[in-house]
Design a protein around this ligand. Structure first.
Ligand code: HAS
Ligand code: CU
Length: 539
């Protein structure tokens, strides 16, 4: 994440015409070609931050949550170790072409842009490694179930394991894309590729991917944050219901990323649009339940008034503050998401800077800022050392939050004015004067975010590497919130996998089956690849 984020301010400043790429050309292979450097940087930014930072944090955090929540060790620790090291090897393998400018295909790697085959092989290893870690969780849960046949699965364990199950269903899409279409083509066994079918497979995974990132943050908001704030989870049953709804609804709606794809009939886009509004519902449940839990905590701490209780939350705690600010930013990210999902509105904002504006409020705020907050207790918990400069930890989140407000607002606005995403706007001759103020705010906000982020990195590193240890007998524990309602009274259908899994698979078959059959039988392996670093078709 530290390396990936270095490119953030470079891109943001570039938009405002302050081009640092030429000054840093010793870092890039394509020296002197700013456009190539921009795309190499943007790919590193997306792959390292959105794919690598998230997946590594999530698998590590989930491992701790499973152990702590089920109160037992992993059933087969070796299995999880194999999964982890496979992810590490995958990262190294993918990094070789990324750093060598042989994989500047952006984090969505849409064919017919073609990367060095090592890039795809590396990503496959990361995904399969995360699967193996998930298998380790399932076996642990299964052993726990044998020892506790009548107990309800503790909420936190259920939440992170359910996320893994959802992820394994979801990643069947990129498995089909990479193994079935891309690798045979990248190895030169077939002469061309079908971009439309590739995109359909990609977004089968690409949308649920965003909930794979989000749900661990939700697990913390429901199951840990209330305890950190001095209260309880408002409703264990509502929390479980939200997670089951994510298992049911996360996958069958990927066409909302393909509203402008000519190969997908409008009727299917409409169905996926409706289902997208459906998956917004468990997030609205989350908004209600998490805020109710926080209000309960604040009133326990003496908070008063309709909104005055908000001040009584423990804002001096860096871990809590990060997660509260993450939640506030996510309210705006969610509103933007619902705008994206509206078929006709999407035609205005698709492929504009509005979209990166949206996903910085979601994956870079709701998720990443929450992970910062979690790290502020997690690293002391693991190392037995106190958090370094706790006040600075509070500041780091506020700085990141402030930068994000400016940055995301500007990105959304200039997107509505028509500024394209994934474009080195500083080089574009067509930028009208009315974009300039917004592009300047993009640069200012992006730079401030980076300062907040680097503070986080320094605080975590100093916490881990300092000499000071926690006083004898003191220990930072994993926060686990009790719930106001007794989980034992939760309805039995909120602890059964079978009906939810069957319903999820049926819904996927209904929403994707006919289109997949159509597109697979109509496959046309006609597009030759092109290397974005030297964009000559077939080159
Ligand atoms: Fe999205 C594009 C629709 C959520 C990420 N999205 C993207 C892309 C990314 C992304 C990365 O329909 C770009 C992909 C690319 O490169 O092309 N998105 C949605 C919808 C939701 C949504 C309907 N997105 C996310 C999340 C992401 C994410 C979560 C990452 C983690 N998105 C779209 C669509 C597109 C899209 C289209 C395609 C656009 C295009 O044209 O390319 C919903 O799930 C959002 C529901 C959320 C809410 C908010 C609930 C609020 C809560 C806050 C609680 C507050 C607290 C604070 C705790 C309804 C839960 C309390 C504090 C106190 C002080 C009291
Ligand atoms: Cu989506």
């Amino acid at each position: 994440m530290t390396i990936g984020s270095l490119f953030g301010p470079l891109q943001a400043l570039q938009h405002a015409g302050i081009d640092l790429y030429p000054k840093l050309d010793f870092l890039f292979i394509n020296m002197g070609d700013i456009q190539a450097a921009y795309y190499q940087g943007l790919t590193l930014h997306g792959v390292l931050n959105a794919l690598i930072w998230t997946t590594f944090f999530i698998t590590g955090f989930s491992t701790l949550v499973v152990i702590r929540s089920l109160k037992r060790n992993l059933a087969i620790p070796m299995l999880n170790r194999v999964g982890f090291w496979m992810m590490v090897v995958g990262l190294v393998v993918a990094a070789i072409p990324l750093l060598g400018d042989n994989a500047s295909v952006l984090y969505t790697f849409y064919p017919p842009m073609e990367a060095d085959s090592l890039f795809y092989i590396g990503l496959v290893l990361v995904v399969v490694g995360s699967w193996i870690e998930g298998w380790g969780f399932y076996i642990t849960l299964w052993r726990w179930r044998k020892d506790n046949p009548d107990a309800k699965t503790p909420f936190l364990a259920l939440a992170v394991i359910l996320n893994m199950v959802m992820w394994q269903i979801a990643t069947l899409g990129i498995a089909a894309e990479v193994l079935g279409l891309i690798l045979p083509w990248a190895f030169g066994w077939v002469g061309g590729i079908d971009p439309q079918l590739s995109r359909t497979f990609f977004w089968f995974t690409g949308h649920p991917l965003v909930y794979f990132w989000l749900l661990p943050a939700y697990a913390s908001w429901y199951g840990m944050l209330p305890k950190q704030a001095g209260g309880k989870l408002f409703s264990d049953s509502l929390a479980r219901l939200a997670f089951w709804l994510f298992l049911l609804l996360s996958v069958p709606l990927g066409f909302h990323h393909q509203f402008v794809d000519p190969g997908v009939p409008a009727g299917w886009k409409y169905i996926h649009s409706l289902l997208t509004f459906g998956v917004g519902f468990p997030s609205l449940l989350t908004l209600f339940t998490v805020v109710a839990s926080l209000e309960y905590a604040a009133r326990q701490r003496g908070g008063k008034g309709l909104f005055g209780w908000i001040r009584a939350l423990p804002w001096g705690d860096g871990s809590v503050t990060a997660q509260l600010l993450a939640g506030i930013l996510f309210i705006f990210g969610g509103i933007g998401g619902v705008a994206n999902a509206s078929y006709n509105v999407n035609l205005v904002l698709h492929n504009t800077t509005w979209v990166p504006g949206h996903f910085h409020l979601t994956v870079a705020s709701a998720v990443t800022l929450s992970f910062f907050g979690i790290s502020y207790w997690l690293v002391p918990h693991i190392t037995g050392k106190p958090l370094w400069r706790p006040k600075l930890a509070v500041w780091s989140s506020w700085i990141y939050f402030g930068g994000m407000l400016v940055f995301s607002n500007a990105m959304h606005t200039v997107g509505l004015l028509g500024a394209p995403r994934r474009t080195p706007l500083g080089l574009a001759p067509y930028v009208p004067a009315e974009w300039n103020g917004h592009l300047f705010r993009v640069a200012v906000g992006g730079t401030i975010m980076w300062i907040g982020l680097m503070l986080f990195v320094v605080i975590v590193a100093m916490t881990a590497f300092q000499r000071t240890r926690l006083p004898e007998g003191e220990h930072i524990d994993v926060p686990v919130a009790e719930s106001l309602d007794d989980p034992r009274n939760a309805p039995a259908w909120l602890d059964r996998w079978k009906p939810w899994l069957i319903a999820a698979v049926v819904l996927i078959i209904l929403a994707y089956g006919p289109q997949l059959i159509d597109q697979i039988f109509g496959i046309e392996l006609t597009s030759p690849g092109f290397d974005p670093a030297s964009p000559v078709p077939g080159g």
